[in-house]
Design a binder for this molecule. Sequence first.
Ligand code: C5P
Length: 404
Amino acid sequence: MLTGKNILLGISGGIAAYKTPHLVRLLKKAGANVRVLATESALKFVSELSLSTVSQMPVLDDIFTADADGERTMHISLGEWADALVVAPATANTLARFSSGLCDNMLSLSFVTLRPGKPVLLVPAMDGYMYDSPSVQRNLSVLKAQGCRVLEPESGPLASGQCGLGRMPEPETIFEALSSIFAARESAALEGRTVVVTAGPTREKIDGVRFLSNYSSGKMGFAIAAAAARRGATVRLVSGPVTLPTPPGVERIDVESAAEMLEAARPLFDGCDLFIGAAAVADYRPEAPVEGKIKKNEAAMVIRLVRNPDILAEFSTGRKPGQLAVGFALETAGGLEYARKKLTDKQLDLVAFNIYDGSRSGFEVDTNVLTLLGRDGSITELPLLSKEEAAGRLLDAIEKLPPR
Ligand code: C5P
């Protein structure tokens, strides 16, 4: 759930701060990118060196830290970068800063610059009397009303020597709470939508036993279908010949040639909200496939090929308002310009430009490097990701497209 997610971890000054390097480790192990924002008092409880070592990034506490380009706007870029903000432990002071919108340290500043809709998980930890105080409770209810989630403190021995409410839940519990926030967001995002995905190669018959095809494994398209189903969509997957299992909750139609793929997809056009062409459809097919097997009587032979119909273009050019069309552009070199041309020629909402390098990106392998080009001119360069993760990021980008 957290692979590739950008997590801002805010740490404020409570004794439980000493447990936070373990939380950073859990997040990193799950594949998240973590930036730690520690308040001055947090660094009295946990060392900056431990946190920067486990997060593999400098700890940020100074408002005037420059970003990678030397611009003094780190507080803004962090708010844009983050997929979520977790604050553990969140002290009474930090809750007060957040609820009143103060921006007097990097943590409170980043809370204010966090993009709307990004989840905030607050993990208050303090003495039980402080926690129950009307001021803390008022600040918490203000923050909850703003949409922040609160992971309630646990009961047990406190630093004061007393026993009671106020302990920070263990890092594992915080990790689980954050994961389930992402899971819930994922599961609801495409509720009520119908998504049609084409995947895999097509086979174009030469004769009764031979065909033209390509190396597509269908992994990317199947990962997209699986991710869309996890987000609550009704998913119809039109697949060329592949050896993959059908993802849970996905309705699958198997086809062989481009013509069959079009025939299977066409009746689905009308009822779909989003069409994603991830299939590597053969551009050409033998004009006159031969019945039975061609004999090797000739020294050379010519097979005349004719153009196949373009399934995605047929959908996108004939679609109703509100329907979205997304395609892939696989190129062996350069090619961003080709991808851009495909976006306009096929009138798409988004193109996933996919470099084929034969080892980490493109056909057959389990990983991919995608650049997403939106019809709004947006360009998102994704890093090397598993196809599952790339599928999630593609859906994230589609969900952000303005309606048409
Ligand atoms: O082959 P091309 O590079 O034009 O493919 C770009 C996009 O169009 C891909 O998303 C592919 O699935 C789709 N396509 C299609 N039917 C074709 C050719 C391509 O749906 N005949």
